[in-house]
Structures are given as C-alpha cells and as structure tokens.
Write a protein that binds this ligand. Structure first.
Ligand SMILES: O=C(O)c1ccccc1N[C@@H]1O[C@H](COP(=O)(O)O)[C@@H](O)[C@H]1O
Length: 208
C-alpha cells in the first residue's frame, strides 16, 4: 500500500513528515482558490528535500505546469480538474513525469470515460465530487469501485480519516487495483498544516 499526504506548505511540517513517516508522495496544491494553495515563493524552502513531490493542478495550462515542475522539482503531476484526454497526453509526453488523473465521483462513474486516458496516466485517483474540486473531507460511495474494470492501479481519496480505517482495509483486501491512499484535510491542525502524529497512527493501522 502506498501513501500520499497532500496539501502541505510549511517547511517544518514537511520535514517532520519525512522524518516520522516518509510517505511515498507529498502533495503541493497549485490551485489558487484552495486554502492550501502554495505560492512560488515557497519553492526555495523545500529544495533538496528527499520526498517525491506531487503538483496538484486544477485546469492549469501546460506552461504553468512546466514552470512549477522546474521551480519545485516535481516528481508527479496530479490533474485534479476537467482535463481532457488530449491535454493529459500532452502533459505526459512533454514532461515525461508520473501522472495522476483524478475523477471526482458524484453518484456513479461511467468507466468508458476513463478509457482514453489509460495510455497517459500512471494512476487514476478517485475523489469525492465537490464544487471546490478537492479537499472537501467528504467520502463517496466506495462500493462503486468494485466495478472498476481496468488493470491500471488507482489511489483512493476524499475524506480518508482514522474513522474509516476498517472500510479502507476491507476495500484494499478485495480490490487489487487499489494501490494507495491520499490523505488531506482530515489530518489537519489548520489548512495546509498536518498533525503528523495522527497521520502516523493512521499509517501504522492501515499499511500492509
Ligand atoms: O485540498 C484542496 O484544497 C484541494 C483543492 C483543489 C483540488 C484538490 C485538492 N485536494 C485534493 O483533494 C483530495 C481529497 O482531500 P480530502 O481528504 O477530502 O480533504 C486529495 O486528493 C487532495 O489532493
């Protein structure tokens, strides 16, 4: 099982996360309307830190993405908006980086809509639908994932917390494509500042 901790923007907090947990990825949110938005001034503070950084973008253009890649030395691009197959293809081909394409789940998913993305993404990521695109702290009906028809691995997000560990474990044991978890607002002291001890408690219980 893999872990991504998303929405961080304090140097001290990120260093604490690395030394205490060292998750597979740490997410930086480049969506200006998010309370976890990271500005370019933050780049110098985290240069050289040994963690795979995921840039989270909502309908950004390729130029903005490329600038953030070089400033923040990003390892992964998370497309968290309404990005088309063509745009996702361009991001993959022009950056060569790992790609997470997010689908926000309302009541159902039309799996055929994901098919075109398959050659260009490394993981799909399923989150709860919200007008603000992400960080709602709300879960969706995870049973929908039981009909996921592809071999492509995916990450689960949206309201993951200490309260839903049992459901996560059950899902993980039953759906082989579920490769990891993306945690965010349920582990915050304030937007963008994580409670590392709470994350450690979660990870100790949920990791396999
Ligand atoms: O966290 C945000 O503010 C945010 C804003 C816009 C796009 C994505 C955002 N975060 C992503 O939301 C999910 C789930 O978060 P939560 O656990 O429900 O708080 C996660 O993938 C974050 O990367």
């Amino acid at each position: 099982m893999k872990l991504k901790v998303c929405g961080m923007r304090s140097e001290e907090n990120i260093k604490g996360l690395i030394s205490q947990i060292n998750p597979h990825w740490m997410g930086l949110i480049f969506y200006a309307k998010s309370p976890r938005f990271v500005s370019k001034d933050f780049a110098d503070s985290i240069k050289g830190l040994t963690i795979s950084k995921v840039g989270v973008f909502v309908n950004a253009n390729l130029d903005e993405i490329k600038k953030a890649i070089s400033l923040f030395d990003l390892h992964t691009i998370q497309l968290h908006g309404d990005e088309s197959v063509g745009f996702t293809k361009s991001v993959k081909e022009e950056t060569g980086l790992e790609i997470f394409k997010v689908f926000s789940v309302k009541e159902n998913v039309d799996w055929s809509e994901l098919e075109g993305y398959l050659p260009y993404v490394d993981y799909f990521l399923f989150d709860t639908f919200t007008k603000g695109y992400g960080g709602s702290g709300k879960t969706f009906d995870w049973q929908i994932l039981r009909s996921y028809p592809f071999e492509k691995p995916f990450l689960l997000s949206g309201g993951l917390s200490l309260e839903n560990i049992k459901d996560i474990q059950k899902l993980y044991s039953e759906i082989p494509q579920l490769a990891g978890l993306d945690i965010n607002s349920k582990f915050e002291i304030e937007p963008g500042f994580k409670d590392i001890d709470r994350i450690e408690e979660f990870w100790e219980k949920v990791r396999v």
